[in-house]
Design a protein around this ligand. Structure first.
Ligand code: NAG
Length: 219
């Protein structure tokens, strides 16, 4: 009996030493490995350096010389390898005067937006189609709940800048205008499912680069 108890405690201490040795502090993304819903596979911990925990992709202002006069830089996994598996990520938003981030959703995370410079008008549309609008000044913050339609635009004169934080290492971004007018959803279906005229759908597909114009198909 004594022997059995001894063996039992030996096994127990062995198991606990193995489990404490395998406690995983982090999982730096290895984009060459397989990806799962919980994230990317882990880089060999022996090869991890301080650089893997840092990201310089938000350091510079983005180029806002574009149609929406806005630039968004994202620090999601695997570009920001260190956030993989940690349930956090970041982004930077630069808005020239008149700049807009079109209506979009993040299916994977809520977002906190922190205004660093200028004035930003932000809006949320709930699933009950209630609209929440807020004008934010430097230092002010707004939260966009996960999965809800939201947008941001420059609400002042001069440039605006904000940082965003997300509750996922890969929150996903889907812009509604792009889903409708930059995709190859046939124009007649965009019209029928959104109660829009053919002229307007044609114009927006032209602006945003969507394909599948009926005029291109041969009858
Ligand atoms: C910003 O983008 C525009 C349009 O693509 C381009 O012409 C311009 O050279 C870019 N500016 C910089 C500083 O990269």
């Amino acid at each position: 009996m004594k022997m059995i108890i001894r063996i039992f405690f030996m096994i127990l201490s062995l198991v606990s030493s193995i489990s404490s040795a395998s406690v995983q502090d982090f999982c730096i993304a290895d984009p060459s490995g397989p990806q799962s819903p919980s994230g990317y596979s882990c880089k060999n911990p022996d090869q991890v350096t301080a650089d893997d925990f840092a990201f310089s992709g938000l350091a510079k202002s983005g180029n806002t010389s574009n149609m929406i006069k806005a630039a968004v830089a994202t620090g999601f996994a695997p570009a920001f390898a260190g956030v993989n598996g940690l349930g956090v990520s970041v982004a930077r938003l630069d808005l020239a005067e008149g700049g807009v981030v079109p209506i979009h959703i993040h299916s994977g995370a809520s977002e906190v937006l922190i205004v660093i410079e200028g004035t930003i008008r932000a809006g949320i549309i709930s699933s009950a189609n209630k609209v929440y609008l807020k004008t934010l000044q430097k230092g002010e913050v707004i939260v966009f709940p996960q999965g809800l339609l939201h947008f941001a635009l420059n609400g002042g004169t001069g440039p605006a800048m904000a940082f965003a934080a997300f509750g996922s290492s890969n929150p996903g971004v889907q812009l509604v205008p792009n889903a409708l007018f930059a995709s190859d959803l046939p124009a007649e279906l965009v019209e029928a499912t959104n109660f829009l005229s053919h002229e307007e759908v044609k114009r927006l597909k032209g602006v945003l680069g969507g394909t599948n114009e009926p005029s291109l198909s041969l009858y």
